[in-house]
Ligand binder design. Structure first.
Ligand SMILES: [Zn+2]
Length: 478
């Protein structure tokens, strides 16, 4: 029988604050290494930490948005370990009383609704960053002391895909409530996955921790690989060892790193240097009511108001610039599906071609609507609409000017089209004769000659009609 995968995630979220968790050193990823440090975040003896209230507030925003239970008091604990990335030899974290417990993350994927149970969330300081180069190792303490919220899910996930979806939807939520930039490539969100396999209904097997996964895609790949590895190992009569493994993205495999510590190895102790902070219910409810509309609610509203699909609404939320642009367009032209289609097809294609972003281009909501309307009214062809869009993306010129300068507008004026037809027939007498003699296929050629004389601006449908009439008249006059 196939063994079922069982996965729990530990997600480290860097909170959006100006300064570190226990000192006033600024948080700036672009600073020179070891420039944003002080005796507190370097762990010098005799210094006292002071709590950053903004970090607590951001942490509370997240746990409240995830409907976790918040304790009445905020307390910290020391987690002891020794490693070059932690100069004070303990990390100030939370163990006995965590900032949040329970709660869930809800989302849908391909019509299926998920509600992922959460275990707990705790505030802690980040360790410094180790940089290994050739045979040298360096440490940058700028990152040490960054406020983190570590969110732990219950081991309720069964596949790499589910884990990837958790990260994508959590990121959507974090960005929406502006509690974290949650950019995994910049390590603002990092994920460890605990993976085991077991028979359906049986207790979970020995778990392996895959550390420091830095993109939703790698999380999926690493988990899928690890489930496969454990299944194969057990099928051969082997045993899964409790250990920490790393994902090697170049080889597409997980590799053993070290045996896994248990909680008692860290000898957690209540932090004596920080006072206990009361978290009264009024504070929690005030934070709850200060939250913006959360992704699930907003998606539901977009489905209702704009008849978008869940995936379409999700994609809009995932790109706030596109969402803002979409909403501005819908204000002017209340045709959401049409606008969404333009944004995700024609506009997205051109932006990709030019390797640029919507906000960097010269396209404004008003201009896009202008182009959509011209196309809708039949004033320009599809290909000219695309050309016009391309021009608008590149230049700040107004749409009517571009239409005129590039002769993009369709001409449906009958007398002008008739005169181009007359010219085309006069210059192509042999084709006209062939047509009258019954060779109907030359119609296309004569149409092309007419359009060429109009500089491609004559309305093709109108040309069809009027050229047909002109040819019939010529035949009758014989
Ligand atoms: Zn500092």
């Amino acid at each position: 029988m196939t063994l079922k995968g069982c996965i729990g995630l530990e997600i480290h979220i860097a909170l959006k604050t100006k300064t570190k968790l226990f000192c006033s050193c600024p948080l700036d990823a672009k600073s020179e290494a070891n420039s944003n440090v002080c005796p507190v975040c370097l762990g010098h003896p005799g210094v006292l930490p002071s709590l950053n209230n903004e970090a607590v507030k951001q942490g509370l925003r997240i746990v409240t948005a995830l409907e976790m239970q918040v304790p009445e008091e905020l307390r910290f604990d020391r987690k002891h370990y020794i490693y070059p990335d932690l100069s004070k030899n303990f990390q100030t974290s939370q163990f006995y009383f965590t900032l949040g417990r329970g709660g869930s993350l809800g989302f849908k994927h391909q019509g299926k609704a998920y509600s992922i149970s959460l275990r707990e969330a705790h505030l802690e300081e980040d360790a410094a960053k180790l940089i290994h180069q050739d045979d040298e190792s360096m440490v940058d303490y700028n990152r040490g002391g960054t406020p983190l919220l570590e969110l732990v899910t219950e081991p309720v996930l069964h596949s790499g895909l589910e884990a990837e979806l958790v990260l994508r939807n959590l990121r959507l939520l974090l960005r929406r409530i502006e509690a974290s930039e949650a950019n995994m490539e910049l390590a603002q969100m990092r994920c460890d996955a605990n993976v085991s396999v077991s028979e359906d209904g049986q207790p979970t097997g020995t778990r392996v921790e895959i550390k420091n996964l830095n993109s939703p895609r790698f999380v999926k790949q690493a988990i899928e690989y690890e489930i496969g590895r454990q299944r194969e190992l057990l099928a051969r009569g082997g045993k899964v060892v409790q250990e920490t493994r790393l994902w090697n993205e170049n080889r597409g495999i997980t590799q053993a790193m070290r045996s896994k510590e248990s909680a008692h190895d860290y000898r957690y102790l209540p932090e004596p240097d920080l006072p206990v902070v009361a978290l009264p219910p009024e504070l929690i409810s005030a934070i709850g009511s200060s939250l913006p509309e959360l992704p699930e609610a907003r998606i539901a509203r977009y489905l209702r108001e704009y008849s978008l699909s869940y995936e379409a609404a999700w994609r809009l939320l995932d790109e706030p610039a596109a969402e803002k642009f979409f909403l501005a367009c819908v204000e002017i032209l209340p045709e959401p599906e049409l606008i969404y289609s333009w944004l995700t097809n024609q506009v997205a294609e051109l932006l990709k071609e030019k390797n640029t972003e919507l906000y960097e281009s010269c396209l404004s909501p008003a201009k896009l609507v202008e182009i959509i309307r011209l196309k809708q009214d039949g004033a320009i062809t599809s290909s000219n609409a695309k050309l016009l869009l391309k021009l608008v993306l590149e230049t700040a010129e107004e749409v009517p000017v571009l239409l005129q300068n590039h002769k993009l507008i369709l001409i449906s004026d009958e007398s002008r089209i008739r005169s181009w037809i007359a010219q085309a027939l006069e210059k192509n007498n042999s084709a006209l004769e062939a047509y009258i003699a019954g060779k109907r296929a030359v119609f296309g050629f004569l149409k092309g000659e007419t359009l060429r004389r109009s500089g491609g601006q004559a309305d093709p449908a109108r040309v069809d009609l009027l050229l047909g009439q002109a040819l019939a008249e010529k035949e009758e006059s014989r």
